[in-house]
Design a protein around this ligand. Structure first.
Ligand SMILES: *Cc1c(COP(=O)(O)O)cnc(C)c1O
Length: 434
């Protein structure tokens, strides 16, 4: 679904990010004139006739068949996310993790490998390291601080590199352009989880990424109401070049031998992800969740601006506090990641960051139990400010070594700074630290 507001560089005037967060992908409803995108709460769609039905099933016509594959409300969200990322196409999923599963399912066969930064969302480390392994998908984790570590981990079987530009929870910023160059040389796609930076702060396709994944659960929906995920493709990756991606270039028996890369060209990966991954595993996004996510996204630019402003003030406050040993926020000039932040995240380093409490594990537990305004829970990117002790919660399943590597040691507290009055947030942390 495209609308007259998309103008994604195709017309003479390209609309700004703010305009596109509000309009991309949506047009007034052609039947009722409804200005907002309706919730198409339906599982299925009437065919025009028998021929239309068989064309749809053969992927020879585009249209709605069944909401496990496509739904008009979800389609608007897919178009909007693809547009904001300057991508070619996107497919939504029921959660960020479902999106990651689909992203890899379209690339990997059993026995294949991929390389991932070790600085990732804790759930991704478990998904990649434990559950994917059972499918025969082998992940090698590397320290992303030196991009050359990705090159060193390459093998004949490597089919992708996966990173977070702004890593959760440690606030590490990785050198996107350098890592993209390595994946390009190896002829494999670079997948970027852009959840914490959002398309408002970082545009990974501009730096050479090929696929972007999102947990829309976080800043895109923004209000902590709706689970969701998305996979976006740039449309620029050449699947056939090195013969590494039979899933994309060999005839698909379930669709009368059509070849995704050839038949659908620059959105072949999205078609594969939708018509095979979503079709056979079924983690589709509900129309209601797509609606809430669209509603949240309309204010993405305003929210993220304030998230960043509040986060910087709180990081500065903590940085000078006697009970705190360190603050890892790339927005601080003293951060070792500040230079990379200036390059890749010029509008701000997001609002999720970590700091160290001098008196360690027990003091961290005391802190999360003493705050009033911050909610103690496992989420990020909410309007509300959130606090978490990763070592006793999200990163609990990991070994001590993995926890330290992921920036989630026992003295670490993670904040997701919300949109409240910043003085109130500082007051709350100050009284709790006392
Ligand atoms: C939350 C999160 C995920 C997982 O998304 P869900 O929607 O919770 O499945 C993946 N990556 C990052 C960076 C996240 O913050």
């Amino acid at each position: 679904m495209t609308s007259k507001y998309d103008q994604n560089g195709k017309g003479q005037h390209k609309y700004g990010m703010e305009t596109r967060t509000i309009h991309a992908g949506s047009s007034p409803d052609p039947v009722t004139g409804a200005r907002n995108t309706p919730i198409y709460q339906t599982t299925s769609y009437v065919f025009d006739g028998a021929e239309h039905a068989s064309d749809l099933f053969n992927l020879q016509a585009f249209g709605f068949i069944y909401s496990r594959l496509t739904n008009p409300t979800v389609a608007v969200l897919e178009e909007r996310i693809a547009n904001l990322e300057d991508g070619r196409a996107a497919v939504c999923a029921s959660s960020g993790h479902a999106a990651q599963f689909l992203a890899f399912f379209s690339l990997l066969d059993p026995g294949d490998e991929f390389i991932a930064s070790r600085n990732l969302y804790g759930g991704s480390i478990t998904q990649f390291g434990v559950s994917f392994k059972r499918l025969g998908w082998n992940c090698k984790f590397v320290d992303p601080h030196d991009p050359e570590n990705f090159r060193k981990a390459l093998s004949e079987k490597t089919k992708a590199i996966f990173i977070e530009v702004l890593a959760n929870p440690s606030g590490v910023v990785v050198d996107l352009e350098a890592i993209a160059a390595i994946s390009k040389e190896a002829g494999i796609p670079l997948i970027v989880d852009n959840t914490l930076s959002t398309p408002y702060l970082c545009q990974p396709f501009d730096w050479g990424a090929d696929i972007i994944v999102h947990s829309t659960t976080k800043f895109l929906s923004g209000n902590g109401t709706s689970m969701g995920g998305a996979v976006v493709e740039s449309g620029k990756f050449n699947w056939a070049a090195r013969g590494k991606f039979p899933t994309m270039t060999e005839p698909d028996p379930a669709y009368h031998g059509l070849t995704f890369a050839e038949t659908f060209g620059d959105f072949g990966y999205t078609m594969k992800t939708r018509t095979v991954g979503l079709r056979d595993f079924g983690p589709c996004m509900s129309p209601a969740n797509a609606f809430y996510t669209l509603m949240g996204m309309e204010t993405l630019h305003l929210r993220v601006e304030r998230h960043v402003e509040n986060a910087l003030k709180i990081a500065e406050f903590l940085d000078g506090h006697p009970a705190i040993s360190w603050v890892s926020y790339a927005g601080l000039k003293s951060s070792p990641y500040h230079q990379l932040k200036q390059k890749y995240l010029p509008k701000g380093a997001g609002s999720v960051f970590t700091f160290g409490v001098k008196r360690g594990y027990d003091a961290c537990i005391k802190l999360v139990e003493s705050v009033n305004l911050f909610s103690h829970l496992a989420n990020v990117g909410d309007t509300r400010s959130l606090i978490l002790h990763p070592a006793s919660t999200t990163h609990r399943q990991l070994t001590d070594e993995q926890r330290k590597n992921a920036g989630a040691g026992s003295d670490v507290i993670r904040l997701s700074v919300g949109l409240e009055t910043v003085g109130d947030l500082i007051y709350d942390l100050d009284q709790a630290l006392k």
